[in-house]
Design a protein around this ligand. Structure first.
Ligand code: KG4
Length: 343
């Protein structure tokens, strides 16, 4: 089954074609990062307009890349939540039109379910159940993935997402947006024990996380240094900050794997590209003898191939929409799409 998939929830416009949930036939991604960099973050209005400009062209390119024609497409999948609402609406409306013109099923896909499914593309042997830690720019959560479409949240961030925390810290350090990769680069060679940052615990909720205190600690440190004229060791600050994020993520995810006994941990989302976090997960997984799945870098960030992958399993579970499909800024990952829920 060949699925034409669309992703437009934030600042990447992406179109892909995926076969049977596992094989990428085309993977087109246009990053708007440069358009937003001057503002230090994503400007929703600019994101929506840029999606409108790019999505049609990328669709033509995806068909050409796969060597397919419109008639070869069996279904259309689209990320319909969560995200910047104006941006998500562009993808949803375009996907509705394409599905209608082609006369094929329309499959709504939760964006974070898509991030998880990036791992199905990278690891053909991977099947649920497993524990998934999703760490992206807008979401941070640990889920018990019981089947391809049945998942339960074990814990989430109470405030900022991990990626957001990277981006805000980068801004304080005068690094460009998005800040994750620049911090990663800067931290190489830094002393990760030079600065002490808080690793928050949420009482009674062992899998919940909080990153706002960490963000504030970085801001305070930078302001204090500015006022006293003290020179900050930026590489060590970046390394110490990343260690604190990693210490928030790794032990919790490992604890969830232990508790559920699946022996499998999947890490997904843009922050999964971080070299220190990848290394810490590798070491922890090796020490406990669990199977670890982290996508290759090109599948960590937003892309439409992951939407096509998850779309296949959503289709098999019966989640098809009609032309009344809406877009949603917020949605629980455990919510299974049902056509009768629309409204
Ligand atoms: O998954 P993603 O592309 O978009 C969302 O769905 O939100 O994640 C984007 C986030 C940004 O916050 C970016 O700074 C972060 O992923 N990121 C990284 C790295 N590369 C991207 N964070 C830490 N280290 C990296 N190497």
């Amino acid at each position: 089954m060949k699925i034409l998939a669309f992703e437009s929830t934030c600042d990447e416009t992406a179109v892909a074609i995926v076969e049977d949930g596992r094989k990428i036939l085309a993977d087109q991604v246009f990053s708007q990062a440069k358009l937003h960099a001057v503002y230090g973050g994503v400007v929703p209005e600019i994101a929506s307009r840029s999606h409108v400009e790019a999505i049609s062209l990328l669709t033509d390119r995806a068909l050409a890349e796969a060597g397919l024609t419109r008639g070869d497409i069996d279904a259309v999948a689209v990320a319909y939540a969560p995200g910047l609402i104006g941006a998500v609406l562009v993808g949803v409306n375009f996907a509705k039109a394409v599905a209608s013109v082609l006369g094929v099923p329309l499959i709504p896909v939760h964006h974070i379910r898509g991030h998880m499914a990036a791992n199905y593309l990278a690891f053909p042997e991977l099947e649920p159940p497993f524990i998934c830690l999703a760490i992206s720019g807008g979401n941070t959560l640990i889920a018990d993935v019981r089947s391809y479409t049945d998942m339960v949240i074990l814990g989430t961030t109470r405030d900022d997402a991990a990626g957001e925390c990277f981006d805000k810290t980068a801004r304080v350090l005068g690094l460009p947006y998005p800040g994750g990769k620049p911090i990663d680069d800067l931290s190489q060679g830094g002393d990760d024990r030079k600065y002490t940052f808080p690793v928050a615990q949420v009482e009674g909720r062992p899998y919940d996380m909080s990153f706002s205190g960490l963000k504030t600690a970085v801001i305070n440190l930078a302001h204090h240094a500015e006022q006293t004229g003290e020179e900050l060791d930026r590489a060590s600050l970046a390394a110490s900050f990343t260690r604190a994020v990693s210490e928030s993520l790794v032990p919790r995810a490992m604890q969830a794997v232990r508790e559920k006994g699946y022996g499998k941990l999947v890490v997904a989302g843009g922050v999964a590209a971080n070299s220190r976090i990848r290394r810490d997960f590798r070491e922890a997984a090796e020490a406990e003898g669990i199977a670890l799945y982290v996508p290759p870098l090109r599948l960590c960030g937003d892309n439409a191939a992951m939407i096509g992958a998850q779309g296949y399993y959503e289709y098999l579970s019966g989640a098809c929409a009609d032309s009344s499909l809406n877009a949603y800024a917020v949605m629980d990952i455990s919510k299974q799409y049902r056509r009768e829920d629309r409204g």
